[in-house]
Design a protein around this ligand. Structure first.
Ligand SMILES: Nc1nc2c(c(=O)[nH]1)N[C@H]1C(S)=C(S)[C@@H](COP(=O)(O)OP(=O)(O)OC[C@H]3O[C@@H](n4cnc5c(=O)[nH]c(N)nc54)[C@H](O)[C@@H]3O)O[C@H]1N2
Ligand SMILES: Nc1nc2c(c(=O)[nH]1)N[C@H]1C(S)=C(S)[C@@H](COP(=O)(O)OP(=O)(O)OC[C@H]3O[C@@H](n4cnc5c(=O)[nH]c(N)nc54)[C@H](O)[C@@H]3O)O[C@H]1N2
Ligand code: SF4
Ligand SMILES: [Mo]
Length: 696
């Protein structure tokens, strides 16, 4: 495409998923005219998906928030920035004075930049005085972060997407890359066509299963048994890398003992995976000279999600498949900047670089630079915040870019929490299910409208640049938060996002050498040394734990406590669709709505027949905590006993069904196993309204 017709072209980073595609955003008359993939993007190499490339019309949707809104009685009215920010600052000040700083909590947005999230966590810690700050990593890959820190000592992918091309074999477990990380999905598919030997593990026959040597259709919730079974066969059949294990690991003895119980036949009984398929998969991984593991939420969003990630790390340690090109552990981190929002410390228990808030030396360094005393107490996680709100202990929440009322589990419980707050401030680009409960709504800017950095799933810090300006009176997240901090008496002294990166670099060893100039067009993978050298591969010579060794974890399989029974005989699995993104606030305001105007429930023909359900029929789905209505569609690509849907449409309200079960170590919700009953309603499905784009 010729660029002569555009007023400007800016290279920036996609604001949807964690692949981190570099995009050329072309503007005409202050609007995005088109987006094309940057040829030199290190993750995307000239490719992009239907979201990054085409889903940009939301930026000038007539429904964008362009002025602050304040609640007056039962409705909202437009307010000046001065009035709205005054209301926020005086409300926060009053609650802090009357109930203490821990009566206030904030959420940083993993859709926003590192610099936005940095000032947000600094607002909570330094201006308010609490560690009550969290981000959506809690409901996503917090188990990955926890487990990688325990097994290896650092919370990030051990390699890069380029490892796809150097790998002889790969396991993809609980991830659906062709839908959720499409450019990586395409790279994996291309590699498979060239000979990469794939193992896929999923209760659904995902697209990449068609390119796999073997697909293991394990029952949802049984990943631990599958991983222990694979490890059993690797050990039994002499596929261990003894040199690597001796030189670089510890804790094998207890694992070796544990593995005895996981004979393939026993694993078949627990998981439904045929013993022969399990053995084949173990050999595909164990015999390759380079082998990588990719995983997603089908691993983490479970009661024992963090333990399963430790078992993935075990398998890599047993075979020496870590720290080399082609041998990587690659968690497919979800949001464009969920890696970054966590790295920079928008978490209740850690400062940037995952250093504990109780660590005296770290806390002192922050106090010295910021000039205020800081709390040594861990703050609340997102689910703890909701419980505390209902109990009356949490009085105010400041939510920047997260639609908790749609996307967090047990929507009825979340709604109760939101209603219990004295003050709810939402800072977003659209009204959403959560802003309904707000007292003040602040209009912010989307990724196409601001400067900063995102960190993708391969730890790559990439530059984000504005292609257009914010609409109407909307301001950048950075501007709003730093202004508010000033009003609360903490002047951050950060005029630009680049200043915030300097603050991060000064306080965070992994970011020591990061500046916007140094990022260039390819970005830098942390840790970045003071002279600017980055780290595409971690743990080449030693792990980041005391003593330098990787840690085996002896963790047995335990069943989830959300087992189906006679009343609720099916397992509901929830996840993603290609065309839409999470709460859908953005993609539902683009032509992607034409591609997918509404959602449906996937059900196996055998289960449908047993329940008397025809293809296309409206059904009721009932769980222990809620019910929804949705159209059923029959498919043989799902394992009998399971049904599947996504959560992108507020009118469907999938999360009314999900209960309070969560990962035992990180409180990541168990979105992936919900016992349900499905029954026909005998009413026709209402025709979906035709997509109308309200562009301003
Ligand atoms: N199009 C699109 N892309 C997105 C997003 C989006 O909303 N839309 N969201 C982004 C975000 S925030 C994230 S975190 C990522 C998520 O990316 P993924 O983790 O790939 O996405 P999911 O579809 O949630 O889940 C992946 C798979 O896990 C499987 N699964 C469920 N339970 C189990 C189990 O017990 N065992 C095994 N082995 N598999 C299981 C499901 O069947 C599903 O196919 O995607 C990101 N990219
Ligand atoms: N049933 C079920 N539920 C799930 C999941 C599942 O697998 N199953 N997955 C969970 C996971 S992994 C995740 S990550 C969550 C995601 O859930 P959310 O984080 O709630 O979803 P998003 O749609 O990504 O975006 C949140 C909000 O950010 C706003 N926004 C976008 N960009 C910006 C910005 O630059 N600044 C500001 N201030 N706002 C912005 C959007 O308009 C939107 O309202 O959903 C979780 N919910
Ligand atoms: S793959 Fe992810 S980062 Fe790339 S264009 Fe699509 S949504 Fe954006
Ligand atoms: Mo996520």
């Amino acid at each position: 495409m010729s660029t002569e017709r555009f007023d400007s072209t800016i290279t920036t980073t996609c604001g949807y998923c964690g692949v981190g595609c570099r995009l050329d955003a072309h503007a005409v008359a202050g609007r995005i005219a088109s987006i094309s993939p940057a040829l030199d993007g290190p993750a995307n190499r000239g490719h992009a998906c239907v979201k990054g490339r085409f889903a940009h019309q939301f930026s000038r949707s007539r429904e964008r928030l362009t002025a602050p809104l304040v609640r007056e009685g039962g409705s909202f009215r437009i307010a000046t920035w001065e009035e709205a920010l005054d209301r926020v600052a005086s409300g926060l000040r009053r609650i802090r004075d009357e109930h203490g700083p821990d009566a206030i909590a904030g959420l940083a947005s993993s859709r926003a930049t590192n610099e936005d999230c940095w000032v947000m966590q600094r607002l909570m810690r330094a201006a308010i005085g609490t560690n009550n700050i969290d981000n959506c990593s809690r409901v996503c890959h917090s188990p990955t972060s926890y487990a990688l820190r325990r097994s290896f000592g650092m919370s990030g992918a051990t390699g890069s997407f380029d490892d796809i091309d150097a790998a002889g074999a790969a396991i993809i477990i609980g991830a659906n890359p062709t839908q959720a990380h499409p450019v990586v999905g395409a790279r994996i598919k291309q590699a498979a066509l060239r000979g990469l030997r794939l193992v896929t593990i999923d209760p659904r026959r995902i697209e990449l299963a068609d390119h796999a040597v073997v697909h293991l259709s394990a029952r949802a919730g049984t990943n631990a048994a599958v991983m222990l079974g694979l490890a059993h066969v690797v050990a039994r059949d002499g596929l261990l890398d003894r040199d690597f294990m001796d030189a670089r690991t510890e804790g094998w003895d207890r694992v070796e003992e544990l593995l005895e119980a996981y004979e393939p036949s026993e694993v078949e009984r627990i998981t439904g995976v045929p013993a022969g398929d399990l053995e084949l998969a173990a050999h595909v991984y164990g015999e390759a000279s380079t082998a990588s593991i990719f995983w997603g939420l089908g691993v983490t969003e479970h009661r024992y999600g963090s333990e399963v990630v430790q078992l993935l790390a075990n398998l890599a340690l047993m075979t020496g498949n870590v720290g080399r090109p082609g041998s990587a552990l690659l968690p497919l981190r979800g949001q464009n900047n969920v890696q970054g929002s966590s790295d920079i410390g928008a978490l209740p228990d850690t400062y940037s670089g995952y250093r504990a808030v109780g660590d005296e030396a770290t806390a002192r360094a922050f106090e010295e630079r910021w000039g205020v005393p800081l709390s040594r107490e861990k703050g609340m996680t997102i689910p703890q915040m909701f419980d505390a709100a209902i109990a009356g202990d949490l009085r105010a929440m400041f939510i920047m870019g997260e639609d908790v009322a749609q996307t967090d589990p047990d929507s009825a419980h979340v709604a109760r929490a939101m209603e219990s707050l004295e003050l709810l401030v939402c800072q977003d680009i659209f009204e959403n299910e959560t802003t309904r409960f707000a007292d003040v709504i602040l209009p912010a800017s989307a990724f196409l409208e601001k400067e900063g950095t995102f960190i993708n799933a391969e730890r790559r810090i990439q530059h984000v640049q504005p292609a257009i300006s914010p609409p109407g009176g909307a301001r950048t997240d950075f501007d709003i938060i730093t202004t508010l901090s000033r009003m609360l008496g903490h002047e951050m002294g950060l005029d630009t996002p680049a200043d915030a990166m300097a603050d991060i670099a000064a306080l965070t060893p992994e970011f020591a050498g990061v500046t916007f100039e140094r990022l260039g067009r390819r970005g830098l993978q942390w840790p970045v040394s003071p002279d600017g050298v980055d780290s595409p591969i971690l743990f080449e010579h030693e792990f980041a734990l005391p003593g330098g060794r990787g840690h085996f974890a002896a963790l047995p399989y335990k069943p989830s406590n959300e087992e189906p029974d006679e009343e609720l005989p099916l397992i509901l699995v929830t996840g993603r669709r290609l065309e839409h993104y999470n709460a859908g606030t953005m993609t539902r305001r683009t032509r992607n709505l034409d591609l997918m105007p509404t959602d449906w429930l996937e059900i196996h023909p055998d289960d449908a027949a047993a329940a008397g359900i025809a293809d296309g029929e409206l059904v009721e789905v009932r769980s222990r905590v809620g019910r929804i209505e949705i159209e059923a569609r029959l498919t043989e690509r799902i394992e009998p006993g399971h049904v599947f849907t996504a959560f992108h449409f507020p009118e469907i309200r999938t999360n009314l069904l999900v209960g309070a079960e969560m990962d035992i170590n990180t409180s990541c919700p168990q979105y992936k196993v919900v016992a349900v009953a499905v029954s026909p309603l005998g009413r026709p499905v209402a025709a979906a309204a035709p997509a109308v784009l309200a562009e301003a």
